[in-house]
Write a protein that binds this ligand. Sequence first.
Ligand SMILES: [Zn+2]
Length: 319
Amino acid sequence: MTRGIKPPPDPILEALRLAATDERIAAEFLEARRWGDQPACPRCGAVAVYSMRSADGERNKDHRWRCRECKRMFTVRTGTVLEESRIPLRHWCHAFWRAVSSKKGVSALQISRECRISYKSALYLMHRIRAAVSDKPGEAAKLSGTVEMDATWVGGKPRYKGISKRGRGTKNAPVFGIVERGGELRLNAVERITSKTLKAAIAASGGVDPTTRLMSDEGTEFIGIGRALAGGHQTVKHKAKEYVRGEVHNNTIEGAFSILQRGVYGTFHSISRKHLPRYLAEFEFRYNTRKLSDSERVGIAIRKAQGKRLLYADQVAGR
Ligand SMILES: [Zn+2]
């Protein structure tokens, strides 16, 4: 790409930005993402539905629909993470837009200022969006090929080269990372780094294929994991100041950790242990969709927000 020439604006992203300014546009934007051109009843699946309108033909203020089959009313919120709140849809659109289009993520404080909503509402919104983009159990695919594993500690002082990262202050929360070279990343908040907790985290985050070739540092907790893999286990000897030996390195996972750490220190001044898994899920989502366009990422995020239940549109498309 030539420097100085901006790429053309992404149409979906532009539509989302516009949706963040007006409640009716927001409702219609989310409806289009959810149903395409065939709205369906979220309760019984019927497509015999109509939008409720006032005498002058305007959409009803809550943008309600009614199902001719089960006679019940619904909105685009029904059956999604948006359902239990009264936060206007335009703020959801704004938060979705900011969450997917900013490289380092966006904090609840920023959303609260930008939407002029309470910090509490903004926090609620961001937690829901993080919940939306996190994978359901069984949703994440197995990693394979060459896989790097490493641990990092978030929430304390940055780590310095030469100082052991293990056994640092108890305020820091350990995060176990697994990345397939050229593929996806899995981040897991764990109680402590042991062979047992790591094995459990690997299983819980989709697992690794038995043919995998493992790269890690010389930590003893990786030995048993490596033995179970047919592709072999190579270690980088950090204690001997060795960081790369040909193909043997942990640069991919360390690169992901350094972006994570910058996000933690820059955008999110502190993340409580309680909220860490959701924050990691959001980071993981952004990392794993990094090769997609912003609009593809928005589409996936919004679909996932509803995907917490099977959608009619997805059912029809066989997704
Ligand atoms: Zn119905």
